[in-house]
Design a protein around this ligand. Structure first.
Ligand code: CAA
Length: 381
């Protein structure tokens, strides 16, 4: 087992760190207050090759491994977790599935601009009555000659109103339950495709989350991804990689909480000495450092398994479960270390807590991750 990163991996990490600290971090408070989508940053992430990191250069991607992706996503999320989720969804939930399961037509026409960062993607699985219980899709896609007609509502869609292309899971055969679900790529502006208002969220406020509506929305047959009836497998296989991305996002938040706490505790004085001299603070900082490293190891383990072509659904679930938990814990500890200053926007750590919470919810709640882990170990339902 080799714990050393390659030169390329270290270079990607450094590029991401520099970009994140110089171009993302300075405006993050404003974007959070105004819930403002980072259009310019997303464009530059595309120019850096960060919107299609693992896609083959044949389709406009950077052709990097999942380890590079994790390292970059940690750095981006450390500066602003909203940018982290935008990047993660485009890479993990959109580009990955299109490259693995898409036809040449789909790869040339949709994957290539998405991987280059010229277009933005979204992934629409959740519905008002199908969140954790994702097999209960109510959205339908009825085949009529050379197109499918989509009807239904999707909820909580990251990049929802901004995305140029949306991957939509819909039932093509109700009788077959989850084996009758299919995946379609739908272009923004298609008649019958609309979106609700941008959700006013607790955290990751500058990312764009909204509901999507499909009313007799006609989608050409060539926009079916993979095969009819494979849509649920498509969503699950894609989400396994997505969970690695969200674990990396959570680590970014946890590491930012740790770094802010180290800095502040060496500056702040109380009772005649810097607070870093108190064991109460030292113990919190050492606990945070151990948690961050443990989460990184779990996440890199999942990334390495994916790169090696081995099964990684359990590893990805473990990484997301643990990283999201410790992101919340580290953010809470960082606030406690900062005292009153931790409770105001200027010191950032209050945002870390608000941003961290969603990592325990989206791309499968912590309870769903436990279910995936347990089912992989037990012969049980
Ligand atoms: N990897 C691959 N396949 C998986 C899987 C995984 N992690 N989990 C389940 N599956 C497969 C099963 O093998 C089964 O396949 P077959 O029918 O071909 O044998 C199929 O999915 C159905 O599984 P179950 O029979 O176990 O169905 P279930 O209803 O008991 O459990 C579930 C399914 C695991 C709960 C699943 O519904 C699930 O993962 N729910 C969470 C959904 C989720 O993560 N939503 C996130 C929304 S997207 C999002 O948040 C994006 C964003 O914008 C940020």
């Amino acid at each position: 087992m080799n714990f050393e990163f390659t030169e390329d991996q270290l270079m990607i990490k450094e590029t991401a760190r520099e970009f994140a600290q110089n171009e993302i971090a300075p405006s993050s408070i404003e974007r959070d207050i105004n819930a403002e989508f980072p259009h310019e940053i997303v464009k530059k992430l595309g120019e850096l090759g960060f919107m299609g990191m693992m896609v083959s250069p044949d389709y406009g991607g950077a052709g990097l491994d999942t380890i590079c992706y994790v390292l970059a996503l940690i750095e981006i999320s450390k500066a602003d977790a909203s940018c982290g989720v935008i990047m993660s969804v485009n890479n993990s939930l959109v580009c990955f599935g299109l490259e693995k399961y898409g036809t040449d037509f789909i790869k040339e026409n949709y994957l290539t601009p998405l991987a280059k960062g010229e277009k933005l993607g979204a992934f629409a699985l959740s519905e008002p009555e199908a969140g954790s219980d994702a097999t209960k899709q109510k959205t339908t896609a009825e085949k009529q000659s050379d197109y499918y007609v989509l009807n239904g509502i999707k909820n909580w869609i990251t990049n929802g109103s901004t995305a140029d292309y949306v991957l939509v899971m819909a039932s093509t055969d109700k009788e077959k339950a989850h084996k009758g679900i299919s995946t379609f790529i739908v272009e923004k502006g298609t008649p019958g495709f609309g979106h609700g208002k941008k959700e006013d969220k607790l955290g990751i406020r500058s990312s764009d989350t909204c509901s999507l509506t499909f009313e007799n929305c006609k989608v050409p047959v060539q926009n079916l991804v993979w095969e009819e009836g494979k849509g649920f497998n498509f969503a699950m296989n894609t989400l396994n990689g997505g969970r690695i991305g969200i674990a990396a996002q959570a680590i970014g938040i946890a590491e930012a909480s740790l770094e802010a706490s180290v800095k502040y505790s060496q500056e702040r004085k109380a009772f005649g000495q810097k607070i870093a001299d108190f064991q109460a603070i030292q113990f919190k900082i050492s606990d945070m450092a151990v948690k961050v490293d443990a989460a990184k190891l779990l996440t890199l383990q999942a990334a390495a398994a994916k790169d090696a072509g081995k099964p990684y659904h359990r590893e990805a679930a473990m990484a997301k479960l643990y990283a999201s938990k410790i992101a919340v814990e580290c953010a809470l500890d960082a606030i406690q270390i900062h005292g009153g200053y931790g409770y105001v926007r200027e010191y950032l750590v209050e945002r870390y807590l608000r941003d961290a919470k969603i990592t325990e919810i989206y791309e499968g709640t912590s309870e769903i991750q436990k279910l995936v882990i347990a089912r992989s170990l037990l012969d049980a339902k």
